[in-house]
Write a protein that binds this ligand. Structure first.
Ligand code: MOS
Length: 739
């Protein structure tokens, strides 16, 4: 074994990125490419009564106008991927005259140039019969998820142990708080984009995707063609945060348009269109009521959640997923209801479920701490559980207490004076706040292939994606270690549906799942190389048994006396053709039933609030995490910093506002949809506790993409209370909430 795992090496694809040679979906400019622009509905509900296509078809450069009137009827065969809502049916584009939400794609204009296509798309006259959509979650009905009834989806809605309501009523001290969190859109820098090209009945899609094998399956189901005929290519992803997990309608539209005109077509969404049909973090409402005795021991937690979904699919935001195990408490009740609206379907957004759910839980705990006159950190320590009390099984590992200790020390929590408005810096009010975070350690079956080459390099393939965390680099490190070769000799490729299948590049499971598959494929390749060596004629290991050989440091020797060391390069050269290792990795079902597997973290934030105009500045954030083995500390730190910035956006900036009259996202652009920029971004320090978890997967990694956002908004909200004495039960917290 070399020792690359655990090292802070730079990104192996860094040079490609900084020199502009990393190619993103929209940069695959095929010869004879035409440009497509989506025409989005300008009503929020109703039907299309007319499309004046003939007028724009005569405009310069226009090749075609596709709508429900002339688009090919598509079979839309059944296909439900792990990231798709467990119940309902996805949107079928250009198949009928119905408009279900504002911004729904209702036509596509294809032209020789992008400018011509845009001009014609703007000129296209469409008439509607419009009704008023229901987009106000406050007045909409709430329904029990059908998926939960059927045992599908991540939320097993309505779970109870003990009698939480009675315990709440009898509690010596209690809080009962309602929270509203506004809709958010992912807004990665790279917009969704697809270049579609048909060659006979084969379709290639250069497409921004966090899940190429799912996109392949979905497009094959929609068009009713065999999956082998669809090739999805996505070598680089310019930020995702979950919005590129599902295959959204624009991919279908690009393929439809390309087939219609018989030429390759490029389709890129505008920033505005990124607010329409590519998922969003749903608007959510929560009630968290917590009871405790006078010493701060929790006696009851009631956590009721509700989140918006579309009329046509059940998206469930896992708001209550941590509530049953986060703290020790005999009586816990959680519920979940959906709020169906005339809108497009929400989707996973970084820290889905846990980020909004733990915001409510952790803010309510802060309120309880004040009622009990306890340090918020002490309150949490007093309720640290020994096991997962929801499932009645131990944690595979849980470093919560170490995270509290490390984070508090690095942050200087001891300097905090508890009384609100008691800390100042000049005229500014200073607040310190903290919160816990957790995210499940997911693992889904993954595959990888390793080719040992005669020149001593190893070519590794897995369908996976790299939306920024450094998948290329971390997988290279794993392969280098398990093959015993320097990282320069590892060539890791990803982002093709033709490569061995992998799970979604989301849910913080890429390192665990794909990493385990890469490891297993390397071990398989080495075993095959050993077998090849004993089959050689007149080789040093000829006619030996493979059991009598051992790999060390990339060299195969005799177990008995460690002599005869041969590299795989020698063996492959002797054989004359590459040696191929393939493997799958999956979590042992028995182990999964025995241990509760989650990452844990603690976030500490300092804010400064102007006492006159209530401008909020986050000044400092410290995060301490127990995430198992950290493969590349500098990349891991970088990923956590990104998550913290996302949490700052969630806490004080991000919200998508809908016009109640027609469902139009009013602020569908980056001038009014605020995300943190450099001036909003404070000093962030990230620490990892040493954590050795032998149960989660062979690499011992838990994943950290999501947990780095979970808890950030609560720590900031709690700091804002500490600074100002005002509790705001809504996100984002804005100036007007404090004045
Ligand atoms: Mo993340 S929401 O799983 O891309």
């Amino acid at each position: 074994m070399t020792n690359m795992v655990g090292q802070s090496i730079g990104r192996v694809d860094g040079r490609l990125k900084v020199t502009g040679r990393a190619r993103y979906a929209a940069e695959f400019n095929e010869p004879d490419l035409a440009h497509a622009v989506i025409v989005s509905s300008t009503i929020g509900l109703g039907s299309i009564t007319g499309i004046a296509a003939e007028e724009v078809e005569r405009m310069p450069g226009v090749i075609a106008v596709l709508s429900h009137k002339n688009a090919q009827r598509l079979p839309y065969g059944p296909n439900r991927q792990s990231i798709d809502p467990p119940y309902g049916e996805r949107l079928h584009v250009l198949q009928d005259d119905e408009v279900r939400f504002f911004g729904q794609p209702i036509a596509v204009v294809v032209a020789e140039t992008l400018e011509q296509a845009e001009r014609a798309a703007h000129a296209l006259k469409i008439t509607y019969s419009a009704r008023v959509p229901q987009v106000d979650p406050a007045t909409a009905e709430r329904v029990f998820p059908e998926a939960a009834r059927q045992g599908a989806g991540r939320v097993h809605a309505d779970v109870e142990r003990g009698d939480a309501i009675a315990a709440l009523r009898n509690a010596e001290v209690s809080v009962d708080v309602h929270f509203a969190i506004q809709r958010e859109n992912h807004n990665p820098m790279e917009p969704h984009a697809t270049v579609a090209k048909w060659e006979g009945d084969e379709l290639t899609l250069w497409s921004k995707s966090q899940f190429v094998v799912s996109e392949q399956a979905e497009i094959s189901a929609i068009f009713g063609i065999p999956a082998e005929k669809v090739h999805v290519v996505s070598p680089f992803v310019g930020g995702g945060f979950g919005t590129s997990l599902r295959t959204w309608p624009h991919v279908t539209l690009a393929a439809l348009a390309a087939r219609h005109i018989g030429r390759p077509v490029k389709l890129v969404l505008t920033r505005r269109q990124m607010f329409y049909t590519t998922g969003h973090r749903p608007f959510t409402l929560q009630r968290v009521a917590i009871g405790a005795d006078n010493t701060g021991k929790l006696t009851s937690i009631v956590h009721d959640g509700a989140g918006e979904t579309s009329r046509y699919e059940e998206f469930i935001e896992a708001l209550t997923s941590v509530t049953s195990f986060m703290y020790s408490c005999p009586n816990v009740r959680t519920t979940y209801r959906m709020i169906p609206l005339d809108t497009s379907t929400p989707t996973y957004m970084r820290g889905p479920g846990e980020a909004p759910g733990m915001h409510a839980l952790e803010c309510a705990l802060d309120e309880l701490a004040y009622k009990l006159n306890l340090d918020p950190l002490d309150l949490r320590r007093r309720n640290e559980p020994d096991i997962d009390e929801g499932r009645g099984i131990p944690f595979s590992s849980r470093s919560m207490l170490q995270c509290y200790e490390l984070g508090a020390e690095k942050f200087g929590w001891a300097r905090r004076t508890p009384t609100p408005r008691s800390m100042t810096d000049g005229r500014l009010l200073i607040g310190y706040g903290m919160a816990s975070g957790s995210y499940p350690c997911f693992f889904a079956p993954a595959n990888a292939q390793v080719r040992l080459m005669p020149d001593g390099t190893a070519e590794i393939e897995a369908a996976a994606s790299d939306m920024g965390p450094g998948t290329y680099t971390s997988m290279t490190q794993v392969a280098a270690d398990y093959l015993g070769i320097p990282i320069e000799r590892v060539k890791f490729a990803l982002g093709k549906s033709d490569f061995p299948a992998t799970p979604p590049h989301g849910g913080s499971m890429t390192m665990a799942s794909v990493g385990s598959a890469v490891r297993a494929a390397c071990l398989d390749a080495k075993a095959k190389a050993a077998e090849a060596s004993v089959r050689e004629v007149n080789g040093s290991f000829s006619a030996m048994r493979v059991e009598d050989l051992i790999w060390r440091e990339g060299s195969l020797s005799k177990l008995a006396d460690m002599t005869g060391g041969r590299s795989f390069q020698d063996i492959v050269s002797a054989q004359g053709s590459p040696i191929v290792g393939v493997a799958s990795a999956a979590r042992d079902v028995e182990v999964a039933g025995k241990y509760s597997m989650h990452s844990f973290g603690a976030v500490f934030a300092e804010v400064a609030v102007d006492p006159d105009v209530s401008i909020i500045r986050v000044r400092r954030v410290v995060g301490a995490y127990g995430v198992g083995k950290v493969v590349n500390p500098i990349l891991a730190k970088s990923q956590c910093i990104g998550g913290i910035i996302g949490g700052i956006g969630m806490a004080i900036m991000e919200r998508t506002v809908l016009d109640r009259r027609n469902g139009r996202p009013i602020n569908a652009h980056l001038a009014d949809y605020l995300v943190p920029v450099n001036l909003d971004t404070p000093r962030m320090d990230v620490f990892f506790v040493d954590e050795d978890d032998p149960h989660v997967n062979p690499l011992g990694v838990k994943g950290l993409g999501e947990i780095s956002l979970v808890g950030v908004s609560a720590a900031i909200a709690n700091a804002i209370f500490h600074a100002t004495g005002k509790r705001v039960h809504e996100l984002p917290i804005m100036i007007e909430n404090l004045i």
